[in-house]
Design a protein around this ligand. Structure first.
Ligand code: XMP
Length: 308
């Protein structure tokens, strides 16, 4: 990659040439890729870029408010709460690829609906190199890189050839806050792929609560910049535990704390044991439906980063 300053200069010239005086839309998730693209394209075409943030109801605790606050005064920003539409369609669905398919389809419907209101002729996507490399390899269907079949928009992908660390450098140069630039990657289908087995509002709540504890503790310990992703997976396994002096039969949660450079491979670093114990204790005491917390120690390959 060119140095960040040169990359940005060249990208802006290219985007201006490509989009001209037309309007463009982007699906802004608040993750570093779509955030960088939103700000980069805004630099090139100003308010002719409309950034649409769709809440699919599968986001992490506090995430909706955080994204709104970061972008509402920075760019031409539109918030769409479609959570009921997604969650109703997903209720009880077990198969991870089916979850992805449903989410992908509704996402396109919702996004198309919003895009149609804008007269946009261009669609900006925050695709980065590992997205298309893995999609071509068909390991998992990442819904965010499938071209929306109903869309007649022209695609602009300003960071298509970059890896995540390079996108972060661009984000810093563009003045995005650290909380966005160093935000851990979060899958498009959100917590749906971190709930193993049937997706229900109840399971989602358990998964969200456990994930909040993991991120709070990892961030408080200052380990977030050392880790690629840190999260909790709600399994569909129930195990016997003891709470108070009563037998309890609750869920097994798995902690996944991984290091990586680009998600193509990943490894499990050694972490301070007291942090892991604290996370485990907090989850099993604060999330009443959980009786057991396990730590995953599998690298990628042979495992994938997400469980589903
Ligand atoms: P895996 O689990 O395949 O994940 O090792 C590699 C990286 O991709 C993320 N991931 C997804 N991202 N849609 C996305 O946008 C998806 O369906 C999806 N599945 C996995 C994962 O979080 C990791 O960073």
């Amino acid at each position: 990659m060119l140095n960040p300053e040169e990359f940005i200069k060249e990208a802006i010239t290219k985007i201006k040439e490509e989009i001209g005086d037309e309007k463009a839309v982007i699906a802004l998730s608040g993750g570093v890729d779509s955030s960088v693209c939103s700000v980069l394209v805004k630099e090139a075409i100003g308010n002719n870029l409309i950034a649409i943030f769709v809440n699919h109801g599968l986001l992490r605790e506090g995430e909706v408010e955080e994204v709104i606050n970061t972008f509402k005064d920075k760019i031409n920003f539109k918030y769409v709460d479609a959570s009921d539409e997604f969650l109703n369609a997903l209720e009880g669905v077990e198969d991870p690829e089916e979850k992805r398919e449903i989410i992908g389809k509704i996402f396109i419907d919702v996004f198309q609906r919003e895009a149609d209101k804008t007269d946009a002729k261009f669609l900006v996507q925050g695709t980065i190199a590992p997205d298309w490399i893995e999609t071509e390899g068909k390991i998992k269907s990442h819904h965010n890189v499938k071209l929306p079949s109903g869309m007649i928009l022209n695609i602009v992908e300003p960071v298509r050839d970059l890896y995540k660390d390079e996108v972060r450098e661009i984000g810093l140069e563009l003045g995005l806050p650290d909380s966005t630039v160093y935000r851990q990657p979060f899958p498009g289908p959100g917590l749906a792929v971190r709930v193993i087995g049937p997706l229900t509002k109840e399971n989602l709540k358990i998964c969200r609560q456990a994930n909040k504890i993991v991120s709070d503790e990892i961030e408080e310990a200052g380990l977030n910049k050392d880790l690629w992703q840190y999260f909790a997976v709600l399994t569909d396994t129930k195990v016997t535990g003891v709470k108070g002096d009563q037998r309890d039969f609750g869920y097994l949660i798995v902690l996944r704390l991984v290091s990586s450079v680009d998600a193509m491979t990943a490894y499990i670093p050694e972490l301070p044991w007291e942090i892991i114990r604290k996370i485990s204790k907090r989850i099993s005491s604060e999330v009443s439906e959980v009786t057991h917390v396990a730590l995953s120690i599998s690298d990628k390959p042979p495992s994938t980063i997400e469980f589903a």
